[in-house]
Design a protein. Structure first.
Length: 66
């Protein structure tokens, strides 16, 4: 049986942190995609040229339809 050192624990901790950061990034991307889909559906439903979303304070996202 190999003798365990503190380095192995650090290695696993680093891997877990990196995996969790990746998961958070993926979650944010999915949220952004769902937001964009909501905006697009809003535009399609109302048949407007531009649709403004005010979920973020002091910021409006505008998507111009062609």
């Amino acid at each position: 049986m190999p003798i365990k050192t503190g380095n192995e624990h650090q290695f696993f901790a680093h891997r877990i942190v990196r995996i969790s950061i990746k998961l958070v990034q993926i979650e944010i991307t999915i949220r952004m995609i769902s937001q964009i889909r909501k905006i697009l559906f809003c535009c399609l439903e109302r048949e407007v040229v531009s649709c403004f979303v005010t979920d973020v304070p002091n910021q409006s996202v505008s998507i111009i339809g062609t």
